[in-house]
Design a protein around this ligand. Structure first.
Ligand SMILES: Nc1nc2c(ncn2[C@@H]2O[C@H](COP(=O)(O)OP(=O)(O)OP(=O)(O)O)[C@@H](O)[C@H]2O)c(=O)[nH]1
Ligand SMILES: [Mg+2]
Length: 370
């Protein structure tokens, strides 16, 4: 199923990152790669991820930072060479972390800076504190988001309060629910990139959106079964708490819609979902990824990742991609986006004589049903 030519790493930072990845890993498709980092060795030991970076021994003696962002930052900075080794060769880094404590909040900007230095594409899924955690935790989280913005390509903000089940739920169920939302995001995107099938998402498209978006992305996910499942899925996505206050379905400048179903997935359902969710404006750039997986028999699942704004105006590059429209009206590179390694619009990705920027179904001459 997988012909992943680019390396994707899902990286959990701090308690929330470790806990979430520990919950995601058992339901992850084969081939997904994970790593976690913390200065709290007990948290790391309790986490079922093999690739663990235990950092900051000299600073915290294996304990947590006790909510100290500066200590979190120094732990990560002191382990720069370990981090660099971990990140070398990675093309897309998906970071999962909770903001509002010490380690994840302090180390996330360090990871983002190093990833930028190494030329990786980065997407940060950040869990924001519950209101009951207080203003200090909220303030720490917001200042970390501001710092992250400087170096991360894209940031999805997930306030803990918005990703909870309704009603008087048990704490364990509530954390399970938020992990499921995060899992849907990272696994859903990974699946779009890794699975070959009708129309998988190419790296170049994801890279384009993440690197041109003005840091913030909105994310929603849903699954539906039974009769009228496409309608139900559309409804769940449009009313998803992480996007309900936005206008992404009307006017997001960039959107990736990833749809996964079993062999019973109908073309009409795909069309219906794509038409209902994709913003209609001519200036909106939309990519649809499709994947089929026998494990999804009877179900359709979809993720939406939308850029809230571009860094600056973009134009069609004539190859289905985007390129910046420079201020003088000439097309050129977007300043600050030059990387040591790119797989965006500028360079084609050639592998074994094949141009991987061309969707698989075209390269393989797979006929789509009409
Ligand atoms: N959804 C979810 N959120 C969590 C979980 N654990 C922590 N959080 C959230 O993440 C924020 C940061 O907490 P932690 O990740 O435990 O903090 P840390 O980064 O380990 O920092 P220190 O322990 O202070 O060094 C908290 O304010 C919570 O809102 C979890 O398992 N699931
Ligand atoms: Mg901790």
């Amino acid at each position: 199923m997988s012909e992943l030519q680019k390396k994707i790493l899902v990286f959990g930072l701090g308690g929330a990152g470790c806990n979430t990845l520990a919950r995601i890993a058992p339901r992850a498709p084969e081939g997904m790669e994970f790593a976690v980092m913390d200065c709290d060795f007990q948290t790391l030991e309790a986490c079922n991820i093999e690739n663990r970076l235990a950092v900051g021994k000299a600073l915290t003696d294996g304990l947590s930072t006790g909510g100290d962002i500066e200590v979190g930052r120094r732990c990560a900075e002191n382990s720069a060479s370990q981090l660099e080794t971990l990140l070398s060769g990675v093309d897309l880094l998906m970071v999962v972390t909770g903001l509002g404590g010490g380690f994840g909040t302090g180390s996330a900007p360090v990871v983002a800076r190093m990833a930028r230095h190494l030329g990786l594409t980065t997407l940060f899924f950040t869990v924001l504190p519950f209101p009951f955690e207080g203003l200090v935790a909220q303030g720490k989280a917001h200042s970390a988001v501001r710092k992250l913005r400087t170096y991360a390509d894209a940031i999805v903000q997930m306030p803990n309060a918005l990703i909870q089940p309704e009603g008087d739920v048990l704490l364990e169920d509530s954390l399970e629910r938020s992990s499921r939302t995060l899992a849907a995001g990272v696994i859903g995107l990974w699946r779009m990139l890794a699975y070959t099938g009708v129309c998988n998402l190419d790296f170049s498209s994801l890279h384009t959106m993440l690197s041109y978006c003005d840091a913030f992305c909105r994310f929603a996910c849903a699954t539906a079964t039974g009769e009228g499942r496409a309608d139900a899925l559309i409804d769940s996505l449009r009313t998803h708490p992480l996007v309900a206050d936005s206008e992404i379905f009307e006017k997001a400048p960039g959107m990736i819609i990833g749809i996964t179903g079993g062999s019973d997935l109908k073309l009409s359902e795909v069309q219906q979902i794509a038409e209902a969710l994709a913003p209609k404006g001519e200036e909106c750039w939309v990519k649809i990824g499709l994947a089929t997986d026998p494990a999804f028999a009877g179900r359709i699942s979809a993720i939406v990742l939308a850029a809230e704004a571009w860094k600056e105006p973009l134009v069609d590059d004539g190859r289905g991609g985007l390129k910046p429209l420079a201020g003088d009206g000439k097309q050129g590179e977007l300043p600050g986006l030059k990387r040591s390694r790119t797989f965006g619009g500028a360079e084609r990705t050639i592998w074994n004589g094949e141009d991987l920027d061309v969707p698989t179904y075209i390269r393989r001459k797979i006929k789509l049903p009409r």
